[in-house]
Write a protein that binds this ligand. Structure first.
Ligand code: IPE
Ligand code: IPE
Ligand code: MG
Length: 250
């Protein structure tokens, strides 16, 4: 096999040292996608869930280790109740339907969010799916559900306050690392890149603490239309970004 051939098959963004370890995705635009087709919003959410299945596989093949997807925010409770219950049912359906292929693909599932205020059946379904997948090694799919960045920071603050009250630490021990260690999933590294389709240029309360130095990538594409080409373009852009973290270029 010639070097030239190898190079053609493996463009630079496949280089394991350069691709992001962790990508966050704000899966937005399902409603507009459905409206454009004269379909109910629920059809957009269904198409969005199918897209998540594809994107998980593409990320796994590209060697991305962590994929965090924003599926339901703490603010999404303000939607009409039929839409909210449709999103809850869709989550359960997704967890059941894709369990066999996530098992084959080595996808470990995690959940990120306020589990305590979810209905019992949703929490149980999530717990089961997480437990079943605990030994899978290829990648982690982190579903942000009933997630809000501010609620997560408040949760960390509460845990830290309890430690102070119990006398295990003093206020002087409160550091950036201690806050990171008390977020919902402290073992997951901060996202290298956050992708938001649908044309909105905001984070909508997604990973507020963790995104301090994430590269942001926006596109007008609606989530159900997001393609492997969009993902590759995002990765290609990412590897050309200069991540200085406040320093100067060496
Ligand atoms: C994202 O799509 C899915 C959730 C927020 C659950 P939207 O439902 O927000 O779609 P648009 O933004 O209305 O198009
Ligand atoms: C963000 O999308 C939440 C999810 C994708 C789950 P929204 O559609 O809820 O956000 P806004 O209202 O445009 O900020
Ligand atoms: Mg939206």
């Amino acid at each position: 096999m010639s070097f030239r051939f190898l190079k053609k098959r493996k463009p630079p963004f496949y280089d394991a040292g350069r691709i992001p370890v962790h990508i966050g995705v704000i899966m937005d635009g399902n409603g507009r996608w459905a409206r454009k087709r004269g379909l109910p919003r629920s059809a957009g959410h269904k198409a969005g869930a199918e897209k998540l299945r594809n994107v998980t596989e593409w990320c796994g093949n590209l060697g991305i280790k962590y994929l965090t997807v924003y599926a339901f925010s703490t603010e999404n409770w303000s939607r009409p109740s039929e839409e909210v219950s449709g999103l809850m049912s869709l989550l359960i359906e997704f967890l059941e339907k894709y369990e066999p292929e996530m098992a084959i693909q080595g996808v470990r599932l995690r959940v990120l969010g306020d589990m305590d205020s979810l209905p019992d059946n949703i929490r149980r379904a999530l717990d089961n799916a997480v437990q079943r997948s605990v030994n899978r090694q290829k990648m982690q799919l982190i579903i942000a559900f009933n997630y809000g960045g501010r609620r997560e920071i408040a949760h960390a603050a509460r845990k830290i306050s309890e430690m102070i009250t119990q006398g295990t630490i003093t206020p002087a021990d409160v550091s950036e690392d201690l806050i990171s260690d008390n977020l919902y999933l402290p073992d997951i590294p901060d996202p290298d890149m956050i992708i938001r389709p649908s044309g909105e240029l905001r984070l909508s309360n997604f990973l507020l603490w963790e995104s301090a130095y994430s590269e942001l990538w926006f596109s007008d594409v609606l989530w159900p239309d997001f393609s492997e080409e969009h993902l590759r373009k995002a990765l290609e852009d990412y590897i050309h970004r200069d991540r200085r973290y406040g320093g100067v270029k060496s």
